[in-house]
Write a protein that binds this ligand. Structure first.
Ligand code: TYD
Length: 149
């Protein structure tokens, strides 16, 4: 597991307006299978509060700003996202909390897999247990996939 880090994305500066772009595996370290976005977040509201067993994501503040606090079970860090050409890479088994959304903020999320509710860990104590041995957790999830369907 890799601790979250910021990715500087290409920015094509133009007097007509700037442009940024991401391409699979080139600008971000996975193939994108899903894109969603958070918007109209009320002032003071929190999002996230979970980890994913097997999902990589990149978060980009397309408009406005937000803070993302990430936690790998040992270390915790808060990133400010406030530029549309910077993404925050978040690996599997990282607890994340999004806060301090500015008014009108839009956060784009690029994800490596389709939506799967069973891949969420929403209990922090369970996350801490899994963070001690994330590989075992993914193996058990694959073995028990039929039980979850
Ligand atoms: P959730 O991932 O908990 O949001 P966040 O981490 O940004 O606070 O998702 C909120 C709700 O939206 C939850 O009921 C599941 C649903 N959802 C989907 O149906 N598809 C998706 O791709 C995502 C990300 C969420």
């Amino acid at each position: 597991m890799i601790f979250p880090y910021l990715i500087e994305l290409p920015k094509i500066i133009d007097s007509r307006g700037n442009l940024s772009v991401v391409e699979n595996s080139k600008d971000i370290p996975f193939d994108i299978q899903r894109v969603y976005w958070l918007y109209e977040v009320p002032t003071g509201e929190l999002r996230g509060g979970h980890s994913h067993r097997d999902l990589q994501q990149v978060l980009i503040a397309l408009h406005g700003s937000l803070k993302v606090t990430v936690d790998d079970g040992k270390n915790r860090q808060t990133f400010l996202l406030d530029r549309p050409n910077v993404g925050l890479y978040i690996d599997s088994n990282i607890w994340r909390e999004m806060s301090d959304f500015s008014e009108g903020a839009v956060c784009l999320v690029l994800a490596s897999k389709p939506y799967d509710a069973s891949g969420y860990i929403r209990n922090y104590d369970e996350f801490i247990e899994i963070s001690k041995n994330p590989k075992l957790c993914v193996t058990l999830l694959q073995q028990n996939a039929h039980l979850l369907q």
